[in-house]
Design a protein around this ligand. Structure first.
Ligand code: IPE
Ligand code: IPE
Ligand code: MG
Length: 252
């Protein structure tokens, strides 16, 4: 087997950053104040992930369904996204972070699309941490766009359909450059996936915490990593099967 049953640090951590609105409402503040504080939490968690040796960090910032929110909240979120890109990309790049944005980007204003393109180009040679922001992203959208892209890439779609493999489809998904998430964290108390990485989280360890996203600090991130380190990852096999190869390796 290739997977390590008890990896100490997850290579890929994905986070559903939920609870900004409730954080603000509890303080009698407008929801946007929660989103602003949420950006500070993002900054701290990126740094902590880098310190802990996580290779891939994927953050769910705005879902396909979030377009249905009141127009005022959507436009505020877009403004925050623009200003965060303008302010943070230089520092991310200095810290060796490569940034990508994955989602249906055609739904964004041209200014935001251009900033995203700039950020991706500016950081493309960095290797310390692969940061992916999922924006205007939905797991179902991702699978459909992958299929469209795959079908469009072959001369004979009927022949493709007859021999289609999981690997072929996965190569066209938005996160094809990354291994599947080892650990999926959701803050804010809900225990659901909300159309995040439906394909890629088939075997992720799921960690739910009541902590609201703006309160999710480096210590909270470490707590999630500590919980992850206690999990035995079996990938369908038995416990004996996944622990034996390690014992055999020690004897060798
Ligand atoms: C997550 O926080 C941020 C986005 C979805 C953009 P919410 O805005 O969903 O906060 P709650 O769930 O209403 O508290
Ligand atoms: C999920 O949060 C999406 C993001 C964190 C970007 P939501 O707040 O949109 O999730 P639901 O609608 O409560 O499931
Ligand atoms: Mg929410």
């Amino acid at each position: 087997m290739t997977e390590n049953a008890r990896p100490a640090v997850p290579r890929h951590v994905a986070i559903i950053m939920d609870g900004n609105g409730r954080w603000a409402t509890a303080r009698h503040l407008p929801r946007v104040a929660g989103h602003s504080r949420g950006i500070e939490a993002v900054r701290a968690v990126i740094e902590q992930a880098g310190r802990r040796g996580v290779e891939y960090l994927t953050l769910f910032a705005f879902s396909s369904e979030n377009w249905k929110r009141p127009q005022e909240e959507v436009s505020t979120l877009m403004r925050l996204f623009v200003s965060a890109l303008q302010k943070e990309v230089g520092k991310l790049s200095e810290n060796g972070v490569r940034m990508r944005v994955v989602g249906n980007l055609s739904a964004f204003e041209p200014e935001l699309q251009a900033l995203i393109g700039d950020a991706e180009r500016q950081t493309m040679h960095n290797t310390q941490l692969q940061l992916t922001v999922c924006a205007s992203y939905g797991g179902r959208w991702d699978i459909v766009q992958a299929l469209r892209s795959l079908i469009g890439s072959v001369p004979d779609p009927r022949a493709l359909a007859r021999g289609l493999t999981e690997q072929q489809l996965a190569e066209h998904l938005g996160l094809s450059f990354a291994p599947d998430p080892d650990l999926l964290i959701r803050t804010g108390g809900e225990q659901r996936i909300s159309n995040f990485l439906l394909w890629q989280c088939a075997y992720s360890e799921l960690y739910f915490t009541d902590t609201l996203w703006p309160d999710f600090d480096p210590a909270a991130f470490d707590a999630a990593l500590a919980w992850f380190a206690t999990r035995e990852r079996r990938f369908g096999r038995t416990s004996a099967q996944v622990s034996r190869p390690a014992a055999e390796e020690l004897r060798a």
